[in-house]
Design a binder for this molecule. Structure first.
Ligand code: DON
Length: 312
């Protein structure tokens, strides 16, 4: 397909999917409810780094749970797979993203649900009970550095969403303190939560998501900057866990119909990846009951069927 054909095709499927106005914008974090419910963007980054983008491709939205895949990658890079596996499982939970649960070994079931993601942020922090703000700031700085290297540009924080998230985070606090009460959290629960809220509140565009996706698709090499930002085996592990756990209790339906590793966020973004080929970023903030973007899923279904992207 030529560039004009791809652009025309993307516009076409967006026009089809835009007719669906079902679902609702997340409002359990008050600041998230302020977005335009009709916002809709789609970007594809292919193996040579070229980005095709239509609609609101440069509109910023918070990354939310898509961050879980990136933090998992950073943690695997830092402490290695064995240490990570001792603390966080890789089994699909079949539960909601914010379920208060662990497996038989008192590990969060996987890194794509909140319990696993909060455990992951805790493991980036020093294993001491009293973590000062300067330390949280330093680790946050390293995390932003890594996310930015994957996106190929400097990402910034949505301060309002971050504050709103921290003020209304009772469920996440319950999860962190559950892990603490089980004796499996080695650091200060409040510091782990603060880092988690901040990572969720980073602003991205669909162009960013597509480049992040292409970086993972390319075995960790960002095709736009030419920088190897993570190891090939880390990218492979993250993609595997995204395939089985990235879409929460909607993961089975997603894998059978779309057939791509993916991660969604309640900000309305979806990151989907065809290993070895391309990264897809889609944004539309109306969500289904699992917390996944309705139009985002539909758009990916069209792409997968029409372009033969299903991996199986
Ligand atoms: O933990 C939370 O509530 C959010 N900051 C992230 C949740 C999220 O994006 C779930 N994804 N669909």
């Amino acid at each position: 397909m030529t560039t004009t054909h791809v652009d025309g095709y993307l516009r076409h499927i967006m026009a089809v999917c835009a007719e669906d106005r079902s679902g609702s914008v997340a409002d359990y974090i008050p600041e998230l409810a302020r977005v335009d419910p009709d916002g809709y963007g789609l970007s594809l980054c292919v193996h040579d780094g070229h980005v095709y983008s239509e609609g609101d491709g440069v509109v910023g939205f918070t990354i939310q749970s898509i961050s879980k895949a990136l933090t998992y990658a950073l943690l695997l890079t830092r402490i290695g797979r064995d240490e990570v596996d001792a603390k966080i499982g890789v089994e699909p939970s079949g539960e909601a993203f914010n379920e208060i649960s662990v497996d038989d070994n008192r590990r969060p079931k996987n890194p794509m649900i909140n319990a696993g993601a909060i455990m992951a942020t805790s493991l980036l922090l020093p294993p001491v009970r009293d973590v000062d703000q300067a330390t949280v700031d330093r680790v946050y700085g390293e995390l932003v550095e890594f996310y930015s290297a994957c996106a190929g540009r400097r990402l910034t924080l949505d301060e309002d969403v971050y504050r709103s998230e921290a003020q209304t985070g009772s469920r996440n606090r319950a999860i962190a303190y559950m892990l603490d009460s089980f004796g499996v959290l080695d650091t200060d629960p409040e510091a782990a939560l603060d880092l988690y809220y901040r990572q969720c509140s980073l602003l991205v565009t669909t162009v960013d998501l597509s480049v992040i996706g292409a970086t993972f698709a390319n075995g960790g090499l960002n095709p736009r900057t030419g920088r190897q930002v993570l190891a090939q085996e880390v990218a492979q592990r993250v993609l595997s866990v995204m395939t089985t756990c990235g879409m929460y209790d909607g993961a089975g339906d997603w894998v059978s119909s779309v057939g791509l590793p993916a991660k969604s966020g309640v900000g309305g973004g979806i990151l989907a990846i065809l290993p070895g080929q391309l990264g897809i970023g889609v944004y539309s903030p109306r969500l289904d009951r699992h917390g996944n973007s309705v139009r985002g899923i539909d758009t990916c279904r069209h792409l997968s069927t029409d372009l033969g992207l299903h991996m199986f």
